[in-house]
Design a protein around this ligand. Structure first.
Ligand code: CDV
Length: 313
């Protein structure tokens, strides 16, 4: 019997700095209802989907900074999402800023959760590849993720859920082959990922102009080289003066984009994904156990004196 997940990729248009959680959650609910109308099993939202992309500002005031983070999930303002999901029998993935107190110390992560059709959290991921800087720099739109988040400490787990093997990663993670490969080695069949990628920070300009190309390049390669579906969900449009690329898309294990958003606002795209579509790739061209040459990779790096690979099995 075919194993399928009907997935909705819920692109978000801009979220303003002073938009309330209530306003934003109502937009997410609207998209969830639409996804339910399309009989989606699962809806995927972007990175930091509950707020504006606040790490662009050097926020000094601790209380103001804290206001962008969730201290509980679900909390009073996000509970309606969980309730609606359970009522309609639809799962979701959601990116948000996470604040936990451990041993009296505040810890901050850029996180995402996977919620099943009963409204239960089945997985949590904390972003590993944090772009930008920790020091405040004199440039517009600086990227202060290293200042406002710790490197995720949960690795790249996968979960048996929705009848398949699902994984998550967040934004800059998608540019690193290791992200997909670590999940690929665990047999991942669908990667859910949200992103906030602005145009206009590039230096030199050529890199900036290539941003839309690079966005799809990395996700399509990650999908193909690991025989997995990739669902890339953007924050799009002009947010607080910064142009966020859209290009939300659903990518098949062939590496082909099979659905893509056409706007820079709130928009849902839907695709029924055959989880077995990656099987021929895993059995042949990307049969990892048969073709990968770990020992050889080690020999080459030893000879050239290059930095040894992190992954050795
Ligand atoms: N949120 C991100 O991780 N954004 C980065 C930008 C700053 C390069 C990205 O990789 O898209």
């Amino acid at each position: 019997m075919a194993r399928t997940i009907t997935v909705g990729a819920a692109q978000l248009g801009p979220i303003a700095r002073h938009d309330t959680r209530r306003q934003t959650v109502s937009r997410l609910l609207e998209l969830m209802r639409e996804a339910h109308g399309f009989r989606c099993d699962l809806i995927a939202y972007p990175e930091l989907a509950l707020t504006t992309f606040f790490p662009r500002w050097p926020i000094e005031d601790e209380a103001e900074l804290d206001s962008f983070y969730e201290t509980e999930m679900p909390g009073p303002e996000t509970r309606p999402l969980f309730e609606e999901a359970a009522r309609r029998g639809i799962g979701f993935s959601l990116g948000f800023a996470e604040l936990v107190i451990e041993n009296g110390r505040k810890r901050r992560f850029n996180s995402s959760i996977l919620v099943d059709k009963t409204g239960r959290i089945v997985g949590k991921y904390r972003k590993v590849h944090l772009p930008g800087h920790s020091d405040v720099m004199d440039r517009p739109g600086q990227h202060l993720e290293k200042r406002f988040f710790e490197v995720g400490d949960l690795g790249f787990p996968v979960w048996r859920a929705f009848g398949g093997i699902l994984g998550m990663c967040i934004c800059n993670d998608r540019r690193w082959p290791e992200t997909y490969r670590v999940m690929g080695l665990q047999g991942v069949e669908m990667v859910l990922l949200g992103y906030n990628s602005p145009i206009g920070l590039g230096d030199p300009f050529e890199l900036d102009a290539l941003e839309p190309f690079h966005n799809h390049l990395v996700m399509q390669s990650g999908a193909y080289q690991n025989a997995t579906w990739v669902v890339g969900v953007a924050k799009a449009g002009l947010e607080e003066g910064f142009n966020m690329i859209g290009q939300t898309c659903i990518i098949a294990p062939s590496g082909e984009i099979v659905a893509q958003c056409a706007t820079m606002g709130d928009e849902l795209i839907v695709r029924k994904c055959d989880l077995d579509m990656g099987a021929p790739y895993r059995a042949d061209i990307f049969n990892f156990a048969y073709h990968r040459r770990i020992e050889h990779y080690k020999l080459i790096t030893e000879r050239t004196g290059a930095i040894p690979p992190l992954e050795t099995t």
